[in-house]
Design a protein. Structure first.
Length: 107
Protein backbone atom coordinates (compact mmCIF):
# COMPACT_ATOMS: atom_id res chain seq x y z
CA UNK A 1 0.00 0.00 0.00
CA UNK A 2 1.32 3.43 -0.93
CA UNK A 3 0.99 5.99 1.83
CA UNK A 4 0.23 9.63 1.20
CA UNK A 5 2.28 12.38 2.80
CA UNK A 6 0.45 15.12 4.69
CA UNK A 7 2.52 17.87 6.30
CA UNK A 8 0.29 19.64 8.79
CA UNK A 9 0.39 23.45 9.07
CA UNK A 10 2.35 23.51 12.33
CA UNK A 11 5.04 21.28 10.80
CA UNK A 12 5.13 23.46 7.68
CA UNK A 13 5.61 26.49 9.92
CA UNK A 14 8.34 24.71 11.91
CA UNK A 15 10.21 23.73 8.74
CA UNK A 16 9.88 27.20 7.23
CA UNK A 17 11.09 28.86 10.44
CA UNK A 18 14.12 26.58 10.68
CA UNK A 19 14.91 27.10 6.99
CA UNK A 20 14.69 30.91 7.35
CA UNK A 21 16.83 30.91 10.50
CA UNK A 22 19.55 28.88 8.79
CA UNK A 23 19.22 30.88 5.57
CA UNK A 24 20.02 34.13 7.41
CA UNK A 25 23.32 32.58 8.45
CA UNK A 26 24.07 30.36 5.47
CA UNK A 27 21.91 30.26 2.34
CA UNK A 28 23.71 27.12 1.15
CA UNK A 29 23.31 25.53 4.57
CA UNK A 30 19.58 26.18 4.42
CA UNK A 31 19.34 24.44 1.05
CA UNK A 32 21.27 21.47 2.42
CA UNK A 33 18.98 21.39 5.48
CA UNK A 34 15.90 21.36 3.23
CA UNK A 35 17.37 18.52 1.17
CA UNK A 36 18.07 16.50 4.34
CA UNK A 37 14.52 17.16 5.55
CA UNK A 38 12.99 16.03 2.25
CA UNK A 39 15.10 12.86 2.18
CA UNK A 40 14.08 12.02 5.75
CA UNK A 41 10.41 12.54 4.97
CA UNK A 42 10.63 10.27 1.92
CA UNK A 43 12.11 7.53 4.10
CA UNK A 44 9.31 7.95 6.63
CA UNK A 45 6.66 7.61 3.93
CA UNK A 46 8.37 4.51 2.55
CA UNK A 47 8.75 2.73 5.92
CA UNK A 48 6.89 4.55 8.71
CA UNK A 49 6.82 1.60 11.10
CA UNK A 50 10.58 1.37 11.54
CA UNK A 51 10.86 4.50 13.68
CA UNK A 52 11.01 4.81 17.46
CA UNK A 53 8.52 6.54 19.68
CA UNK A 54 8.91 10.25 20.49
CA UNK A 55 9.29 11.44 24.11
CA UNK A 56 5.95 13.25 23.72
CA UNK A 57 4.10 10.00 22.97
CA UNK A 58 2.59 9.76 26.45
CA UNK A 59 0.85 13.13 25.96
CA UNK A 60 -1.30 12.11 23.00
CA UNK A 61 -3.91 9.46 22.35
CA UNK A 62 -2.27 8.08 19.19
CA UNK A 63 1.14 6.49 18.65
CA UNK A 64 3.68 9.24 18.06
CA UNK A 65 6.89 8.09 16.34
CA UNK A 66 9.77 10.39 15.52
CA UNK A 67 12.36 10.49 12.77
CA UNK A 68 15.81 12.00 13.12
CA UNK A 69 17.91 13.63 10.44
CA UNK A 70 21.24 15.42 10.50
CA UNK A 71 22.73 18.33 8.68
CA UNK A 72 26.16 18.26 7.14
CA UNK A 73 27.52 19.88 10.28
CA UNK A 74 26.06 17.07 12.38
CA UNK A 75 23.18 18.92 14.02
CA UNK A 76 20.29 16.57 14.68
CA UNK A 77 16.71 17.55 13.94
CA UNK A 78 13.63 15.47 14.57
CA UNK A 79 10.18 15.21 13.15
CA UNK A 80 7.08 13.94 14.90
CA UNK A 81 4.54 12.06 12.86
CA UNK A 82 1.65 9.65 12.99
CA UNK A 83 0.06 7.22 10.57
CA UNK A 84 -3.69 7.58 10.07
CA UNK A 85 -5.26 5.24 7.55
CA UNK A 86 -3.25 5.61 4.35
CA UNK A 87 -1.59 8.88 5.41
CA UNK A 88 1.69 9.71 7.07
CA UNK A 89 1.02 12.98 8.88
CA UNK A 90 4.04 15.07 9.81
CA UNK A 91 2.98 16.94 12.94
CA UNK A 92 6.01 18.96 14.04
CA UNK A 93 9.72 19.53 13.32
CA UNK A 94 12.15 20.26 16.16
CA UNK A 95 15.64 21.71 16.02
CA UNK A 96 18.68 21.00 18.17
CA UNK A 97 18.28 22.10 21.76
CA UNK A 98 14.53 22.57 21.56
CA UNK A 99 12.76 20.92 24.49
CA UNK A 100 10.09 18.27 24.04
CA UNK A 101 6.72 19.67 23.11
CA UNK A 102 3.89 20.23 25.56
CA UNK A 103 0.69 18.29 24.92
CA UNK A 104 -1.08 21.34 23.43
CA UNK A 105 1.80 21.81 20.97
CA UNK A 106 1.50 18.30 19.54
CA UNK A 107 -2.20 18.22 18.66
Amino acid sequence: MTLKLVILPRAEHDAQSIFEWISERSPQGAIRWWDAFEQAVRKVVDKPYRYGIAPEDDQVSCELPQFLFKTRRGRTYRGLFTVVGDEVRILRIRGPGQPPLASDEVQ
